[in-house]
Design a protein around this ligand. Structure first.
Ligand code: SF4
Length: 348
């Protein structure tokens, strides 16, 4: 029997892909083992920060050292920009586009491509998360997702509902809907939006709750907030990434909203019929973020009262627009800003 090791870096979308890959490899007869022993290594990579890409290179080097004279097949999937694909190739690491199972079949020399495609598709159903859209149109200057995952594509509402029905039948009680900017979801044929999808899911029989991530403040609508507040099967939580409380930095990040607009959305959420938790993502130490800019983020953190926050220390990502700005803020200063925000979240 062949063995594999899977390493996932990055966001929930990648975690979801990881679950699909585990399921798929299990079905085609691979057995999971350690990176020191595996014949096949699959790494689900993240392109949002350079540190994540460096981790992949580091991991590949470690595996090669640990396996010495053996020659495991190493494959990278997930978010990888073209320039990094070339660098991986130079290190005998292959790239696999996860939406193309036939590519994997070739890479691992697996003959039955048809059943591999079927398995990969069905693998999605074994996880409790369901991607409802892929890609992104936003080109935030620190992020490579629009380059690596392509432009926004929403799935057909009928297919999404059918996947979720199967999960409910299998007893999943908490189902997570995934999309890079999920609040811009729109059925490609009917034009039905996320709030309509929520209504349809809420009407399904069964004891389950639906959560969703991630949102872009520019796409958040009153209808989505109302649906979250009023539909019992939709979790009372909205993830609303702020990224920075400074309008100057938001502009440099190509985030098309200002702090005032963001706080108006927060106000709508806060004044809805039932309490709704708000969570967020933020970046500290983006190039040009001075103390005054940072204090604006601190003020927002204090005023919103986030349930939780994913606080990221900026690191430049090759291939993004912000890369040319360098990385002028020292790591120690990013660490200090991280701690201040973290203390607010943890109530210290
Ligand atoms: S909205 Fe911005 S941060 Fe989010 S995936 Fe798209 S480009 Fe990246």
């Amino acid at each position: 029997m062949k063995t594999y090791y899977l390493h996932v870096i990055g966001c929930q979308q990648n975690e979801h892909d990881g679950v699909r890959i585990h399921h798929l490899l299990d079905k085609i007869g691979f057995q999971e083992t350690t990176k020191e022993k595996a014949d096949l290594i699959i790494i689900v990579a993240c392109a949002v920060r350079q540190t994540a890409v460096d981790r992949v290179f580091g991991l590949v080097n470690n595996i090669r050292k640990a396996q010495k004279n053996k020659n495991p097949k190493i494959i990278v999937t997930g978010c990888v920009i073209d320039n990094d694909k070339k660098k991986f190739k130079a290190r005998q690491v292959d790239f696999w586009d996860i939406e193309k199972p036939e590519q994997l079949a070739k890479l691992i020399d697996f003959k039955d491509q048809k059943s591999l495609s079927k398995l990969l598709r069905e693998g999605a159903l074994f996880s409790s998360s369901v991607p409802i859209m892929f890609g992104c149109n936003n080109f935030c200057t620190y992020c490579a997702t629009a380059f690596t995952r392509g432009r926004e594509r929403s799935r057909n509402i009928k297919d999404v509902i059918s996947d979720i029905k199967k999960l409910i039948e299998r007893g999943n009680s908490e189902i997570l809907l995934l999309g890079e900017t999920i609040d811009s979801y729109k059925d490609p044929e009917t034009g039905e939006t996320l709030d309509i999808l929520f209504e349809k899911l809420n009407a399904l029989d069964g004891d389950f709750i639906i959560s969703f991530t991630s949102n872009h403040p520019k796409d958040m609508t009153d209808e989505i907030i109302k649906a979250v507040a009023t539909l019992p099967k939709i979790k009372k939580e909205i993830h609303l990434p702020i990224q920075s409380g400074s309008d100057k930095i938001l502009k440099a990040m190509n985030r098309p909203y200002d702090a005032k607009t963001y706080l108006k959305i927060v106000e709508k959420i806060r004044t809805s019929k039932v309490p709704i938790d708000i969570t967020t993502d933020v970046i500290v130490g983006f190039p040009g973020e001075d103390e005054d800019d940072f204090q604006k983020t601190v003020e927002i953190f204090k005023s919103v009262g986030y349930k939780t926050a994913y606080i990221n220390k900026y690191s430049p990502r090759y291939g993004t627009a912000a890369y040319r700005l360098g990385d002028p803020i020292p790591w120690s200063e990013k660490q200090r800003r991280w701690r201040i925000l973290n203390d607010i979240i943890t109530g210290k």
